[in-house]
Design a protein around this ligand. Structure first.
Ligand SMILES: Cc1ncc(COP(=O)(O)O)c(C=O)c1O
Length: 399
């Protein structure tokens, strides 16, 4: 057989899916499994979305569509951006993609050449590293441990930008930590970025509507408008509207960079399908009661998870204020044993927890922080506390 391209050798299967598959297998064997593993919102969009889809079916053109995205969808997204304070963008600044992940992949392709340096703070969402590696970029990780609340500091960013990297990848609110940068923190990072004009900035902010405790979402361009030339904002209907499988995402940024992604779209996907477009327009411009209710529910679930974690001696967990993840440092378990099974690291911990207690979490090493595990708390409410109590029990049984 002829050989495969070198870049696919650098592509790794998702560590998150591996945990999810193992949980599925145990469930199929009849085990009672509670899954805190996959980052899915676990709710469906409001009825107006399905109504819009039914109507769209009646008028389906069956034709190819725009590489940039349907005009009505671009406008709906621009309006949606205004709702979070991202004003001053026009149609030439936005593009629709097959989910945020496809948008990010295209954007990396558009901005980064092989060998270029890409800065990624850790913990990171796994795909940033995978995409950078597939494309042959040189990744510099910026460690943001629990001691600094998993957040990047201005001094750290300033030092890392000294080598004039091609791209800085930023995520807020964060998957996997759930941390949200405050207005002052974003302003301080924006000041640093403004001093380093050679670096593109991607802000992956797809959890921007899932912010708790009265905080609000902020972006660098709101504090330093000159950054609009090189900041590209990423959004998606996946998490906010409970529509991960519908596959619609968005990028907003300077016209040239966005045009490059439109050109890549014309070579990859041609267009986002008409029916998905109708669903996305309805989600973005229809009633926002479902996302608002879910945000309130997730805040309560965050509180419940944190309450249990606070009772476990040795576990350290910065308090998340957004998304639907909690990322506790569980390294106090390392070197101990559960039921004769030694726990040397986060992977051992997650395997032992899944086998002994039937609770699936994702090892932090999948996100570049091997001291921690990710708990995704969107499971049905009746499963949440029992699952957390099993984790508490597991810790109590360590020797
Ligand atoms: C931070 C982050 N960015 C992007 C994505 C991908 O989103 P989409 O479903 O729109 O491709 C995810 C999904 O888990 C995510 O957590």
């Amino acid at each position: 057989m002829p050989k495969l391209a070198a870049r696919v050798g650098r592509a790794k299967p998702s560590a998150i899916m591996q945990v999810a598959d193992k949980a599925k297998q145990l469930r199929a064997e009849g085990r009672d499994i509670i899954s805190f593993s996959i980052g899915v919102p676990n709710f469906l969009p409001g009825p107006h979305v399905y109504d819009a889809v039914r109507k769209a079916l009646d008028h389906d053109s069956g034709q190819y569509g725009s590489n940039r995205g349907d005009t009505a969808l671009l406008d709906a997204f621009l309006k949606h951006m205004e709702g979070i304070g991202m004003t001053g963008y026009t149609r030439e600044n936005v593009v629709v993609t097959i989910g945020a992940k496809h948008g990010l992949y295209n954007l990396f392709e558009a901005l980064v050449d092989e060998g270029d340096e890409v800065l990624i703070p850790t913990p990171y969402w796994t795909s940033y590293l995978d995409i950078a590696e597939i494309l042959g970029a040189r990744v510099t990780l910026l460690p943001c441990p629990p001691e600094q609340n998993y957040k990047l500091t201005p001094a750290q960013l300033d030092a890392a930008l000294g080598s004039r990297p091609r791209l800085f990848m930023f995520n807020n609110p964060s998957n996997p930590t759930g941390m949200v940068y405050t207005q002052d923190e974003i302003a301080a990072l924006a000041d640093v970025l403004a001093n380093h004009p050679d670096t593109w900035v991607i802000t992956d902010d797809i959890y921007n509507r899932m912010v708790f405790d009265g905080l609000s979402y902020h972006n660098f361009v709101q504090f330093r408008p000159e950054l609009r030339d090189r900041v590209i904002f990423t959004d998606s209907i996946s998490k906010t509207y409970g529509m991960p499988g519908w596959r619609a995402g968005f990028l907003a940024g300077p016209a040239d960079a966005i045009r490059a992604v439109v050109t890549l779209n014309s070579n990859h996907i041609t267009n986002v399908p008409e029916i998905v477009t109708a669903a996305a327009i309805a989600a973005l411009s229809g009633p926002q009661d479902v996302p608002a209710a879910k945000c309130a529910e997730f805040q309560q679930k965050r509180d419940q998870v944190m309450e249990v974690l606070a009772r476990i001696p040795g576990v350290v967990c910065p308090r998340p204020q957004g998304a639907f993840y909690v990322f506790p440092d569980i390294s106090c378990a390392f070197g101990k044993s559960h039921d004769g099974r030694r726990i040397g690291n986060d992977v051992d911990f997650c395997n032992a927890l899944l086998e002994a207690k039937g609770v699936a979490c994702v090892p932090g090493s999948a996100f570049g922080e091997p001291r921690s595990i990710r708990i995704s708390y969107t499971c049905p409410t009746p499963q949440l506390l029992p699952g957390m109590r099993r984790i508490e029990e597991f810790f109590a049984e360590l020797v």
